[in-house]
Write a protein that binds this ligand. Structure first.
Ligand SMILES: Cc1cc2nc3c(=O)[nH]c(=O)nc-3n(C[C@H](O)[C@H](O)[C@H](O)COP(=O)(O)O)c2cc1C
Length: 186
């Protein structure tokens, strides 16, 4: 049985190491998992003014979240929190009130930075935001990846066997989390 996992990259940098990490995850995903990107770069700044007539760009984002079995958020840490571009997308997904797209959706967070804590502080904020939006957030294993020089190739290959093994296990744990939250899959 195939599960479809969406992933959001919280960086729009053309040289994003988190986009590279997302490529790594796509490569390492189990064979029965289809990974599809949920893009966010096209979203304008969210405003409540949109709520009277939610525009297609917002509806498309919500439909993309509704179409997958779970969502992985791969993001940098900015100032010990999350990038504004990611928070903007999450706000689009959360509205209008009572119609949030993340309610009861299995979610996992992961990220990489060159710093030693590997986005841990940013992910604490992100997990709090996702819980507020009603997502069922995977608690363990945590995904704090330090980007050491040469760890990943641009094509998304991992040069360190221990890191590859960890990421494969992390992905398997998320698939189990998805199946636990949505047992209809079994
Ligand atoms: C505005 C800003 C704030 C940042 N704050 C942090 C931070 O709090 N912790 C951290 O580890 N790196 C921080 N960085 C460095 C990022 O980890 C680094 O730019 C990384 O490459 C961003 O991920 P990306 O390449 O996927 O865009 C910050 C970078 C920017 C531009």
């Amino acid at each position: 049985m195939t599960r479809t996992i969406g992933y959001i990259v919280g960086s729009i940098s053309s040289t994003s190491i988190n986009r590279t990490l997302s490529r790594v995850l796509v490569r390492l995903a189990p064979q029965d998992v289809e990974m599809v990107e949920i893009p966010i770069a096209q979203l304008p700044f969210y405003s409540p003014d949109y709520e009277a007539d939610y525009p297609p760009v917002g509806l498309d984002l919500k439909a993309a979240i509704a179409a997958v079995d779970g969502v992985i958020i791969v993001t940098p840490e900015y100032s010990r929190s999350i990038p504004g571009v990611l928070k903007n997308a999450l706000d689009w997904a959360a509205r209008p009130a009572g119609q949030g797209a993340f309610r009861r959706v299995p979610v996992a967070t992961i990220g990489t930075s060159r710093g030693g804590i590997g986005t841990a502080a940013g992910q604490q904020h992100l997990k709090a935001v996702m819980l507020t939006m009603g997502a069922i957030v995977m608690a363990q294993p945590e995904g704090y990846i330090q980007t050491l020089p040469g760890l990943f190739t641009d094509e998304g290959e991992v040069t360190n066997e221990g890191t590859a093994t960890f990421l494969e296990g992390w992905l398997r744990a998320f698939v189990e989390h998805v199946d636990m939250v949505r047992p209809a899959h079994d």
